[in-house]
Every structure is written in structure tokens, then in C-alpha cells.
Design a binder for this molecule. Structure first.
Ligand code: PHE
Length: 514
């Protein structure tokens, strides 16, 4: 086999000497062997791209001998060999002897030799019927072997039927000089570089031609941000457990849904501008249900029909109307529970519901390596009759086990909208300590009854952050490398898809909470 350089030189020197290569099949290796025409094509394409040569294909049928054909071309046809095996004269020899000499060929050749009138049977003996014969098959095959074809097309089809020859399609090439023909191959530049411009080298450089037929670089787009990849994994867990996703596409929310509907008093410190981003323009809305607003007002003021004493202050619509960037996704949950109550009233029957959401929330915090003014919350809500704290604990156990967190513990805490409320802790094997992973509770009657849910309906809910599991999964130590204006776009392309597995779950509880 000739190397690419050898082939290139062969093509160029032949063209230089003869001006044209009529058929590349006539090009031979140094030792006189045939060339691999595919390798020739490669070299021709490369030279053509530099306009050094031009070529056209020559399609041709090539006949070759089968293994049996080779044998016949060398030793003669079976019938001729039978003829040769029988001595001249009237005596002949017994059939068994011919068989002993020729083996299997005797059986095939005998009938044909008789049909040709070359021999005949006499008793048990075979006798020559002619003095001499011409073995046409042998000479036909020898001709085909030499020329790869035969002057008589019928001979070719006959021999093919006898499986002595095979037909192949072969492509070779006619090659002519191109406009840039030369014996030397110039190195071509593929790009103009800053150095070429500075040195002026670009003026004399030969540039590689664009190959518009080449396969392009695959366009890349639509990469998911790591947070969205991890979100997808949590989503799968929720869907697996029969949850429905809440619509969380509206970041701006009224204080009404974010706080008031959650029985969070209007003088609560979280409602201060130090903690919450309020909108300037528009600064307020009155778009919340009037009758619900009345119920919430009295519940805050004196407990209304809920059996509670309320907070004993004067509730103002003005405060509820203040627009803000939602501080938690529970703003959406309260809205969804109101819709569930409305649906229950309309249909006359309560149907249990399981909702979840994973989306962005905003808090007016000072930004550091682990805190941003915006982050993502994962929230789950289950509404059913007669749910108990035991249900919440049991469900948390199942939910976090799905993320590989086996040991879960709870600690009482306070939320204005849940009672009882529990912080969720998971044991971290590596750190050998309990780490906080989320917050949960049972929504208070002061929240559920004004929404209009039947009195025996209980709602359990929990929330956790999305950033922490993502940072652990992708080994990111500074939150500003994950979210915000300093994020490297390449990072988004490069991070692999996320799979929450057991190991991940164990790591997940290893970083301190938001
Ligand atoms: N909203 C709470 C938070 O922002 C999480 C939570 C959701 C707690 C639901 C209890 C019930 O931390």
C-alpha cells in the first residue's frame, strides 16, 4: 500500500509527464501492484480542493474468477480433465479409475464430456470419442482473468451461472491538471490571524477554499442552567408521587396573597422593606377577591368565625394591596388553596389535592458567597380530610428518602401560617451531625377557613431550597458562580445532566442552610 504522500507524488508526476491520467486503474505502485482506488479518491479530493487537479469518475464492470473459476483456469475444466484422464485407444479405462484419479471432478465432468461428444461409455469403461479436444472454458476463464472481461457477453453470463466468475462494479478516475497545478503542495492557511495581519503575511498567503459541502459544526443551543436540571429531577419525584404543578410564572404578587392570606399580621417584621422588595410602579393592586378580603380582615382583627382571637389590630386594605416580589412560593399555594375551595363549593364535593412548585423567590438580603437576593424554593402541599401531623412526618420520610436522605428528624419552629410547624433535619454521615434541610407545618385554621375549605380539611406543606442541592451536585462553592451576572455561560453548556441518587442525597444535607 502506498502512503498518501506517495500517492500524491505519483498522481502529480504522472500528470506532469503525461498531462492526463486517462484511467487511474493504470497507475501502479512502485512494485507494479494495483492501487486502492478509495485511497486514490482521497488524494484526488484533497488536490482538487486546492484546484491542483480535476477528475471525473469512470464506472466499469469488472469480472473476476471465483475460487472454482481460478481452479478451472489453472487445471482445466472438469470435462477436459475427465477426457485427459482416459488414455487414447479403444480400450479406455473403468469409470471407477477415473473417479479414483479425479475425485469429485469426475462426477461433474463425465456427463458434460459425454454431452460434448468427447467420450462415451462402453460397458463399465469410458473411452475417448475424439483424438483431441479444445478446452474452451479454460481459455475463456484465462482471458477473463487477464482482461477482467470477455469479448462475448453470453460467455460471461454462462460462466456466471456456473459460478465460475463474479461481476463487480469498480470506479476509477480520469484525472487532468487543475488551474493551480504544480508539483509542490503549498501549505494553505485556513484563517487570517492577528499575526498575519501585523506581519503583512496575509498578502502572499494561499488560503484554503471554503468547502460548502463539508458537514458543519453542529449548532448548540438550548442548554439548561444547572438549577433547571436539578429542578427537573425534583419535578420527577413530585410527578412520581402524583403531584400537580402550580403555576408560578408570576414573580410580582400582592401582599394579600404573600402575607395576609397566610395569616401573617401586617406589622410582622418580614413585611418591612428591609426584608421584602416592594414594587414602585405600579405600587399597589386591588385585584383580589372582595369577599375573601373581608373574611381575612376579620380573622386578622378578631378571629372571625375561626374560633381564634386574631391579632387584635386594625387590618388595612392599603397594606394588603402593596405589590412585591414574592418572598416565598407559599404565596402561590394560598392562591391555589382558595381556588380549590371555590371548586369544592361549585362541585359540592371536596377532592383531595397534591400540589408542588419549584420557582424563584426574592428577599432583600445582603449578598455574600452563600446568599443572593433571589433563590428558588421547592414547595409541596397536600390537602385532604383529617390529615394529622403524623401524616406530615410520614410523608417527609418518604419524600426525603427518595433523595437518599434516610435519617430525618424534626424540631418545632414557628411560622405565622402553620401550627404545628417543624424544621426538618437530616443526619449527615460525613459531618456526623444533623443539618437543617427544610421547613414544614400544618396550615392554621385561621388561614384555611377564610379561604372557604371545609372545616375537616387539613393541609400539610413543606419547603426547601433548590440552590443548595444544585451547588453540591455541581461542586460550586460560591453561589455567585451559579446565579447572577458573573455566571460563566460556558458553565451552563458544560455541566452534565443531573441525577439525584442516594449518594447525592447524603451530600445534599452537608451544607449550611440559606
Ligand atoms: N414558606 C416557608 C419558607 O419560606 C416554607 C414553608 C412552606 C413552611 C410551607 C411551611 C409550609 O421558608
Amino acid at each position: 500500500m502506498a502512503s498518501t504522500e506517495e500517492l500524491q507524488t505519483l498522481v502529480l508526476t504522472t500528470l506532469d509527464r503525461e498531462n492526463v491520467i486517462v484511467d487511474s486503474k493504470d497507475l501502479k505502485t512502485v512494485s507494479g501492484g494495483d492501487l486502492d482506488q478509495l485511497a486514490v479518491l482521497g488524494v484526488l479530493n484533497s488536490l482538487k480542493s486546492k484546484e491542483m487537479v480535476d477528475y471525473s469518475s469512470i464506472g466499469r464492470e469488472v469480472w473476476t474468477l471465483s475460487k472454482e473459476g481460478e481452479q478451472v483456469a489453472e487445471q482445466g475444466s472438469h470435462e477436459a480433465r475427465v477426457f485427459e484422464a482416459i488414455p487414447a485407444g479403444a480400450e479406455g479405462i473403468p469409470m471407477s479409475e477415473v473417479q479414483a484419479i479425479l475425485g469429485k471432478a469426475a462426477n461433474i465432468g463425465q456427463g458434460k464430456a459425454i454431452k460434448n461428444g468427447w467420450i462415451r461409455k462402453e460397458g463399465d469403461n469410458l473411452v475417448r470419442a475424439k483424438d483431441s479436444i479444445v478446452d474452451q472454458t479454460k481459455s475463456d476463464l484465462q482471458e477473463i482473468k487477464k482482461t477482467a472481461t470477455h469479448s462475448n457477453a453470453k460467455t460471461l453470463t454462462d460462466l456466471k451461472k456456473r459460478k465460475l466468475v463474479e461481476k463487480q462494479k469498480v470506479t476509477t478516475y480520469k484525472v487532468t491538471k487543475g488551474p493551480q497545478f504544480s508539483l509542490e503542495i503549498k501549505k494553505e492557511a485556513t484563517d487570517i490571524t492577528a499575526e498575519m495581519l501585523q506581519s503583512g503575511e496575509w498578502k502572499n498567503a494561499t488560503f484554503k477554499k471554503y468547502n460548502f459541502d463539508a458537514a458543519g459544526v453542529a449548532p448548540s443551543g438550548g442548554h439548561l442552567h444547572p438549577l433547571m436540571k436539578v429542578r427537573q429531577e425534583f419535578r420527577e419525584i413530585f410527578f412520581e408521587m402524583g403531584f400537580e404543578e402550580m403555576p408560578t410564572n408570576c414573580f410580582a404578587e400582592s401582599s394579600f396573597w404573600n402575607f395576609d392570606a397566610l395569616f401573617q399580621p401586617q406589622q410582622h417584621p418580614a413585611r418591612d422593606a428591609h426584608d421584602t422588595f416592594f414594587l414602585k410602579d405600579p405600587a399597589s393592586t386591588d385585584r383580589f377577591p372582595r369577599d375573601l378580603m373581608e373574611k381575612i380582615k376579620v380573622t386578622h382583627e378578631n378571629g372571625g368565625d375561626t374560633g381564634s382571637t386574631g391579632y387584635n389590630y386594625v387590618w388595612k386594605e392599603e397594606d394588603a394591596g402593596k405589590l412585591l416580589l414574592r418572598t416565598h412560593t407559599t404565596a402561590v399555594s394560598s392562591n391555589m388553596l382558595y381556588k380549590l375551595a371555590e371548586k369544592t363549593k361549585k362541585e359540592g364535593v371536596f377532592r383531595p389535592a397534591k400540589y408542588f412548585s419549584i420557582d424563584r423567590v426574592f428577599r432583600n438580603e445582603s449578598v455574600d458567597a452563600t446568599h443572593l437576593a433571589e433563590f428558588h424554593q421547592i414547595e409541596g402541599v397536600i390537602a385532604d380530610k383529617n390529615l394529622t401531623l403524623g401524616d406530615l412526618i410520614g410523608f417527609m420520610d418518604v419524600f426525603f428518602k427518595k433523595m437518599g436522605m434516610e435519617k430525618i428528624r424534626f424540631k418545632p419552629t414557628y411560622n405565622p401560617y402553620t401550627e404545628p410547624s417543624m424544621e426538618i433535619f437530616s443526619y449527615h454521615d460525613g459531618l456526623k451531625k444533623w443539618v437543617e434541610i427544610g421547613n414544614s407545618g400544618m396550615f392554621r385554621p385561621e388561614m384555611l377557613l377564610p379561604l372557604g375549605l371545609p372545616p375537616d380539611v387539613r393541609v400539610i406543606a413543606w419547603g426547601l431550597g433548590l440552590e443548595r442541592p444544585t451547588m453540591i451536585k455541581y461542586n460550586i462553592s460560591n453561589i455567585r458562580d451559579l446565579l447572577g451576572h458573573k455566571v460563566k455561560i460556558d458553565m451552563i453548556k458544560e455541566y452534565p445532566i443531573c441525577r439525584l441518587d442516594k449518594k447525592m442525597g447524603k451530600e445534599l444535607v452537608g451544607v449550611s442552610e440559606q
